[in-house]
Write a protein that binds this ligand. Structure first.
Ligand code: FES
Length: 236
């Protein structure tokens, strides 16, 4: 992890931990889920500088059944972006990591009604200049279910549609010496419990059992381009 990235994550943690007490504050508190290495499908450490700009990548974290987006936005993101969860809990998203501070990760579960990418179909994805439409703005994560739109360069702040809060951020560490990435936790409004409850049957089918879907990811997690992970991407 680069020193400046480490400092940013610590600063985000300290700010969020100062954010108050009670359920609302707990919603935004950074949560550690253990350090998990991002790998390619051969189990080799993923090289951050090889991530294609604008490509949607998917990995699962912090649970086997909870998908996340990994994006190289191609340019530095915002820093220490102030955000709020649906319950009003404040937190600061520290910004992207990697050589240009352009790599970000978010839970791929839409904060409106929990649409998420499956092996069969995805209604939610990042759109760059070439894949945006008249409905979806470029350089945004867009959910075609009811057109919620999130800015990945600003902590997945909501820019449109009915989403009540940003996507939950996945905290990343970048190791410049090895050009590798680790996921270490989450920041912002998690929706995992509601997700597990809403999709219990589907997740059991997708992952073999509900217990397996809710198992914590440990050690490493495989990163796959969305176009390989899922048969059909809906682009509204
Ligand atoms: S589920 Fe994504 S906008 Fe409604």
């Amino acid at each position: 992890m680069e020193r400046r990235d480490f400092i940013r994550v610590c600063a985000a943690s300290a700010i969020a931990l100062q954010g108050g007490t009670g359920a609302a504050a707990a919603d935004a508190r950074p949560r550690s889920y253990g350090r998990t290495q991002l790998t390619d499908d051969g189990g080799r450490p993923l090289r951050a500088t090889r991530l294609a700009v604008g490509e949607n990548y998917v990995f699962h974290y912090p649970f086997e059944g909870t998908p996340c987006f990994l994006l190289n936005l191609g340019k530095p993101t915002g820093r220490n972006v102030p955000l709020k969860t649906e319950t009003g809990a404040a937190y600061q998203w520290p910004g992207g990591v990697g050589p240009r501070g352009a790599i970000v990760a978010y839970s791929a579960i839409c904060s409106h009604q929990l649409t998420y990418p499956t092996r069969q179909i995805s209604f939610i994805s990042y759109r760059d200049q070439s894949t945006a439409s008249r409905i979806s703005k470029p350089n945004m994560i867009h959910c075609c279910s009811e057109h919620s739109e999130y800015d990945p360069a600003a902590g997945a702040r909501v820019l449109g549609g009915p989403a009540p809060q940003p996507l939950c951020a996945i905290l990343l560490e970048y190791d410049a010496a090895g050009d590798t990435l680790h996921a270490t936790g989450t920041l912002g409004g998690e929706m995992f419990n509601t997700f597990f409850s809403k999709y219990e049957m589907r997740l059991a089918l997708e992952h073999g059992s509900t217990i397996r879907a809710q198992q914590r990811v440990t050690g490493n997690t495989v990163v796959t381009p969305l176009k390989q992970f899922c048969k059909q991407q809906v682009r509204c």
